[in-house]
Structures are given as C-alpha cells and as structure tokens.
Design a protein. Structure first.
Length: 296
C-alpha cells in the first residue's frame, strides 16, 4: 500500500485549509533538517562526496508548474546530489519524476545531478533503472542493511539503567532509526528518539538538538500517515524546535497580513515593501521578496 503522506518531490498541490496543526510553518524545519543531513548523515548513508552547501529544491518550468525535490546539495566538484525518500517500492512513475527533475535542474543550473533514493527497510528490492526506447535512466538506492532499530533502543535503555549517558554518535544513529529494520513501528521509533534527544542536553548543544529534532520531524512528514504525523507534531510543539517553528510561523503570518491589508486598502507595491522593510528591519530586496510572495 502506498503511504498516505505527501512527497515533497511531487508537483505542488493545494493543501486542505481545514487541516490544522500545532506547528504553522514547516519550511524552517525542512531547511534545518537539510543542513544537518548534509553535515552528519550523508556519510553514514554511504553517499559519496562532501556537501559544500545546500542547493535550491524548487524548479519552475516553462508551463508554470513548480516541482519540489526533497534535499539538494552541491558537492565540492560542482555536482549536485539530489536526495529522495521512499517508504515503499520505487515505481516507474517515481523514476520518471526523478528523471524529469534531474533534466530540469541540469538544464537550468548547468550541472550534473545524481539522485539517491533513501529507502526504508521494508523496501526489499528497490527498482533503480528505467529503460525507455534507447534511453536508460538510473538512480542510486540507499538502504541501511544490517541496522536494527530495536537493538539500538535496547542497548541505549540498558546503558541508561546503568547510569550511562548516550554518546553523540548514538544520538546521530537515532536519526536513522526510521530507515532501519526492526519490529517497532516508525512512529514509535521517532517518538522514542525524540524523548531520548530531549533528555540528552548534556551531550549536545541546543542548536544540535534543534537540528536533530528537525531531521526526525522531516522523516515523520515523509513516512507517517496524517494521524501518526499529528501525534508527532504534538510532541514537537513542546520542544525548542516547536517554539522556533511557531515563532517563525507567526512572523510569516504577520508579513502576509501586512501585505494583504495594504493591497486591500489600495497601498502600492512599493509603499507596502517600505512598510515591511521598516516593520522587520530588513533590506529593501528582502522586503520586496516578501511582498512578491503574498501580492496575489
């Protein structure tokens, strides 16, 4: 059965405004997770190359469609690494979509693109090759073979009972438990990992904690059903990351409110940008970008 959660990589769809969440702004979580993924987790997944910086994940095509990839990174040699996440089998449609993203990204940014598909443990034989006519398209599947989430949680529990605190390497491993084998449901793995992270403030900094929580939240968004995800959101809302996301969402809401109100009152685009600039103490270019975003 196909998972019910959205894929960030698919073309943009209209969200149901009736669905409410304790966290109002999720772009920040995705960006935070992408940063930590590139810094700490790519090497553990066997993805070659060092990520120099995060690349754009949005591609606007000529027919005015917007396409979103999960994570994009630029290697030191200029090649782009494109990461996708799959909790179930990779279909021909998935491969066609990845191929389209690669072609559009390569054409627009004049670069080579390599797509890695990070699969959950239940994907036993991932499909990585698409043959059509004389053309052959291929992605690289990434699976955590031999890694068992149940065993990791058991070891950490036994260590805690002996008064031993988890090392940072253990905490980093927790972030990959949704991709490991084991009997625990993915939701339970994420829940347990969030609790352990929250109780490990002596081992990691507040910034590292926020980044780790963001990775788990992002994986929850990709692998869980809506009901499961809402339960995880309730946990996230009580953390430092949750507070940061809510504050960021409020700020974005204020920006949108100012722009929409000014437009309704007949205030010009330029005057609205000036109000945004003064309200948030930002540059003129940043203010103009905000107004463009909400000037519908």
């Amino acid at each position: 059965m196909k998972k019910h959660t959205k894929k960030v990589s698919k073309e943009q769809t209209v969200k149901n405004p009736a669905v409410k969440s304790p966290i109002h702004h999720e772009d920040l979580a995705l960006k935070t997770a992408a940063q930590y993924f590139g810094e700490e987790l790519m090497p553990l997944l066997g993805i070659q190359g060092i990520a120099s910086y995060i690349a754009p994940t949005e591609t606007v095509k000529l027919e005015a469609r917007q396409m979103y990839q999960d994570f994009n990174y630029v290697r030191m040699d200029g090649v782009w690494i494109h990461l996708e996440f799959e909790s179930d089998s990779i279909t021909n449609e998935d491969l066609k979509r990845f191929r389209e993203y690669e072609a559009a990204t390569s054409r627009i940014h004049h670069t080579e693109v390599i797509t890695y598909v990070i699969c959950s443990a239940k994907v036993k034989r991932p499909k990585t090759i698409l043959k059509e006519g004389i053309n052959v398209y291929q992605v690289k599947a990434v699976r955590l073979r031999g890694k068992n989430a149940d065993q990791l949680f058991k070891r950490l529990k036994e260590n805690a009972e002996q008064g031993l605190k988890p090392a940072k390497a253990d905490l980093v491993s927790l972030l990959l438990t949704p991709l490991m084998s084991g009997r625990l449901r993915i939701e339970e793995r994420i829940r347990k990992s969030l609790i352990i992270l929250q109780n490990s403030r002596e081992t990691i900094t507040e910034m590292e904690l926020e980044k780790m929580q963001a990775v788990l939240y992002t994986l929850a968004d990709k692998f869980l059903t809506k009901t499961e995800l809402n339960r995880i959101k309730e946990m996230i809302a009580m953390t430092k990351l949750g507070e940061m996301l809510v504050a960021d969402g409020i700020e974005k809401g204020i920006e949108k409110g100012i722009v929409e109100t000014c437009r309704e009152l007949g205030v010009s685009f330029e005057e609205t940008a000036e109000k945004i600039k003064q309200r948030f103490c930002i540059s003129e270019n940043e203010a103009m970008e905000i107004v463009r975003k909400y000037w519908l």
